[in-house]
Design a protein around this ligand. Structure first.
Ligand SMILES: Cc1cc2nc3c(=O)[nH]c(=O)nc-3n(C[C@H](O)[C@H](O)[C@H](O)COP(=O)(O)OP(=O)(O)OC[C@H]3O[C@@H](n4cnc5c(N)ncnc54)[C@H](O)[C@@H]3O)c2cc1C
Ligand code: SF4
Length: 327
């Protein structure tokens, strides 16, 4: 049995209190929400915070407010199950609903939160192992070592962004609200992520995600498709998120993002341009899939054969776009 290392635990009731504790304790402190990612990582001795700041008692971080016409505010401490059961989200933000519904298992979704999913650690077969396994290969750059076993000449870690909601929130143009003792700021979802498997977030360790804002949904359609070995439980090895706004018979605006193919979600800009100001026909769908495909650059650190994973990008892009056309 793998045991948690020792740590100090705080259970603040306000964001101000939580921010003050993070500030006082320094970078060795981390926040924990559902703990479904952080606790297993601590058991494997990947992440070793000496202090944890639990967010579950902060009421302000939970819930959903707003409407499809005005846009939604989602508290990052809201569980994935609560979001899955939210009728507004299911009806008007189907891409996000599909992503949430596909995360792990119902039991983990009862505990896991959307904030934890947004800030999820990157993944790699050489990293997501217990301490003894990692020691046997002399560790790797992401934790305790100095080499990348996937690409020994690489200067950066190639661990994969494996959050299901991240590509969808980027496609929506969602905004994230952050707070720390130093103040508050709001960023675009896409600006939270960095193409670096170790320093994968732009947020500082003392910053708490305090809110997620989704734009009005009335004028767009969205969808998400996920590739994984089993239809439950498994992390994505490819995620395709699309959000399309129609202007009459043509696409006014198209956002297409790939997840789990790099250290951060990837925007398929050429594919987006190919879809815009044109009707969504078989030909434009085919072209978008052709243009999105080269952006998927999977490396050999998760599941399935690389070539096949890359090839599936083409098929998944076509599938999500056809789904959008039918809705
Ligand atoms: C068996 C298994 C299968 C899984 N399958 C999937 C899957 O298919 N897809 C998927 O996307 N995920 C999957 N997960 C990962 C995880 O369950 C989910 O991503 C979940 O949403 C994480 O939320 P949490 O509240 O438990 O995060 P936690 O473990 O509490 O935290 C995760 C990270 O987010 C940070 N964090 C949490 N909340 C905040 C906040 N408000 N502000 C700042 N930082 C914050 C923590 O410090 C930590 O770094 C799986 C996990 C397991 C164990
Ligand atoms: S990509 Fe390389 S450095 Fe990063 S976790 Fe995997 S083996 Fe380690």
């Amino acid at each position: 049995m793998m045991r948690l290392p020792k740590f100090r635990y705080y259970a603040p009731q306000t964001v101000t209190e939580a921010a003050a504790i993070l500030h006082a304790e320094g970078p060795q402190a981390m926040v924990v929400a559902g703990g479904t990612d952080l606790y297993p990582n601590m058991k494997r001795r990947h992440q070793m915070p000496t202090t944890l700041v639990g967010l579950r008692k902060i009421g302000r971080l939970r819930g959903v407010k707003g409407s499809a016409a005005r846009g939604l505010w989602i508290g990052p401490g809201t569980t994935l199950t609560d979001l899955e059961e939210n009728a507004l989200l299911r009806r008007h933000y189907p891409g996000l609903f599909q992503a949430i519904h596909s995360i792990s298992t119902p039991i983990l979704r009862n505990m896991g939160t959307i904030g934890g999913n947004i800030c999820l650690d990157t993944r790699c077969n050489y990293y997501d192992q217990n301490y003894e396994w990692r020691r046997a290969i002399n560790f790797c750059m992401k934790c305790d070592g100095d080499i990348c076993w996937v690409a020994p000449k690489s200067k950066i870690c190639l661990a994969v962004s494996s959050s299901d909601t991240a590509p969808v929130l980027c496609a929506y143009g969602a905004r994230f609200h952050l707070a720390s003792k130093k103040g508050e700021r709001t960023i675009e979802a896409k600006d939270l992520y960095k193409r670096d498997g170790i320093h994968y977030l732009t947020k500082r360790p003392d910053e708490i995600l305090t809110g997620i804002t989704l734009p009005p949904a009335a004028r767009f359609r969205s969808a998400y498709r996920k590739l994984r070995r089993r239809e439950a439980f498994d992390f994505p090895v490819l995620g395709v998120a699309v959000c399309v706004r129609f202007e009459g018979a043509v696409v006014g605006d198209a956002r297409l993002w790939l997840g789990a193919v790099s250290m951060a979600p990837v925007e398929a800009k050429d594919a987006q341009a190919a879809l815009t100001v044109r009707p969504l026909t078989d030909e434009t769908i085919e072209e978008a899939a052709r243009l999105a495909y080269p952006l998927a650059k999977p490396v050999d650190n998760t599941d399935f054969a690389l070539r096949w994973r890359k090839e599936m990008t083409r098929h998944f892009v076509k599938e999500v776009l056809r789904e959008i056309r039918q809705t």
